[in-house]
Design a protein around this ligand. Structure first.
Ligand code: UD1
Ligand code: CA
Length: 456
């Protein structure tokens, strides 16, 4: 294969977003627009990835600081041709082909780019241009073809006459260029047009004189659409969701109502799992097979093993549920919640940074924080681990087989020994020995005839 370098243009202001944030940092499916483009390019295994920044450059570069990217600053945004010119010193001496695309086309798919690379090699011309046909081509550069069907030029909307504006074949803004020709072409660009900018598509005319151009028409126009405003962003969000959910359904997952669910790109779900309507499965969610996710749940960064029921209105973040158990309805699992096999967390319970051991149950109205709970423990309704003294957090250890009655406070640090029993209403402030009963309840008194006396 010929050497491939990638150049992503991301210096533009994104005026139509009406935002203080650079456009390419706006998120689609929990990821910046630019990340989607980077992810689509990566499988092509380019030699180098160059990204041109300008507007909000520092912010953009910082957001991708952990990735292998060569950043190029375009000082003034004088057009797409000028953006490519700013990369020329970095590209100097490089050979092979350059794939140029914009950072605001997050629906682009690797397969399309891959096909383009192969078509470019097969055609043997110095420029390949990817086009598509749109029902509403307003705003895009139009691909003008001669009577022989060969591409003659790309004309921007603002420079186009009425006849050209009726053309529905548009320039996708994705190009493959032989690096041996690029520098010469870019240096010949001029800003003699309606916007006074250096237009990259003007290299089309130059390629016609020098080696020829291959125009590759692609029918899936949706994948090539750019994001220029927030309505387009919301539409792209749906396209993205539809794709993701369709892929999951194809692999054996049931979605009762796919259109009411939102699923991040990296979510994986096992076979025969059912997802009820109105679920949000954010980044980092892994769900095993044969699970039931009830309606109105919100999951982020959570791993769920096989045969787990998550009932309605549960919120899970940073949790790990080993499998064969139930959570919710109305459960809240916070970061560091670990539910071992068969451990159950019921309604109106909050679990934070705690292990709930195998077969243990926290069924109703409890707060469990910074606790380590062993096997077969029963945590009664209204149990609170008092883990915080206003300054520091302390740990509660509950050994195997402990039974905790309702409405108890466990004042940490504290340890409940194996098989201990905590009477309902107890405030535990000292370690409880193995097998003991702990009770702090005030003995019940009866004051006779209270009702009668009050009346008087
Ligand atoms: C561009 C094409 C148009 C094509 C359309 C496809 C030109 C002149 N027109 O128009 O033919 O149909 O894309 O979406 O190229 N950018 C820079 N520096 C600049 C200007 C732009 O880095 O000085 C970047 C932008 O951040 C953006 C990309 O280049 O990611 C495209 O620029 P944009 O202004 O959106 O071009 P369009 O008007 O969409
Ligand atoms: Ca654009």
């Amino acid at each position: 294969m010929t050497q491939l370098t990638v150049l992503i243009l991301a210096a533009g202001q994104g005026t139509r977003m009406c935002s203080d944030r650079p456009k390419v940092l706006h998120e689609l499916a929990w990821q910046p627009l630019l990340q989607h483009v980077i992810s689509a390019v990566k499988p092509l295994a380019p030699e180098r990835m160059l990204i041109v920044t300008g507007h909000g450059a520092e912010q953009v570069e910082q957001a991708f600081a952990d990735q292998a990217i060569t950043w190029i600053r375009q000082k003034e945004q004088k057009g797409t041709g000028d953006a490519v010119r700013s990369a020329l010193p970095t590209l100097h001496g490089a050979s092979g082909n350059l794939l140029i695309l914009a950072g605001d086309i997050p629906l682009i798919r690797s397969e399309i780019l891959d096909r383009m690379v192969h078509a470019h090699d097969a055609a043997g011309r110095p420029l390949t241009l990817l086009s598509t046909t749109l029902e509403h081509p307003t705003g895009y550069g139009r691909v003008v073809r001669g009577l022989d069907g060969e591409v003659q030029a790309v004309v921007e909307e603002r420079d186009a006459n009425a006849e050209i504006r009726t053309i529905r074949e548009i320039n996708s803004g994705i190009y493959l260029v032989a690096l041996s020709h690029l520098e010469g072409w870019i240096n010949r660009l001029n800003p003699n047009n309606a916007q006074g900018e250096y237009y990259l598509p003007d290299i089309v005319a130059m390629a016609l004189e020098e080696g020829g151009i291959h125009a590759m028409h692609h029918t899936d126009s949706q994948s090539l659409e750019g994001i220029n405003d927030r309505s387009q962003l919301a539409r792209a969000e749906r396209v993205f969701r539809d794709r993701k959910v369709a892929a999951l359904m194809a692999s054996g997952v049931t979605f009762t109502d796919p259109e009411s669910c939102w699923v991040a790109a990296d979510v994986t779900i096992g076979r025969d799992t059912n997802i009820a309507p109105h679920n949000i499965l954010g980044p980092g969610v892994v769900i095993g097979s044969q699970c039931q996710i009830g309606p109105f749940c919100h999951l982020v960064d959570t791993t769920i093993g096989p045969e787990v029921h998550i009932d309605a209105f549960s919120h899970l973040e940073g949790a790990n549920i080993v499998g064969h158990s139930g959570v919710g309805p109305f459960a809240r699992l916070r970061p560091g919640a670990l539910l071992e096999r068969g451990a159950k967390v019921g309604n109106f319970c909050e679990i934070k940074k705690s292990r709930i051991g195998e077969g243990s149950k926290v069924s109703h109205l409890a707060y469990i924080g910074d606790a380590d709970i062993g096997r077969k423990v029963n945590v009664g309704a209204g149990t609170i681990t008092c883990n915080y003294d206003g300054k520091n957090k302390f740990k509660t250890v509950i050994e195997d087989g402990v039974f905790i009655g309702s409405d108890t406070q466990l004042i940490a640090p504290v340890r409940l020994g194996r098989d201990a029993v905590i009477a309902a209403g107890t405030s535990v402030s000292k370690d409880v020995p193995e097998g003991a009963l702990a009770i702090t309840r005030v003995p019940q008194r009866h004051i006779p005839d209270w009702h009668q006396r009050k009346k008087k």
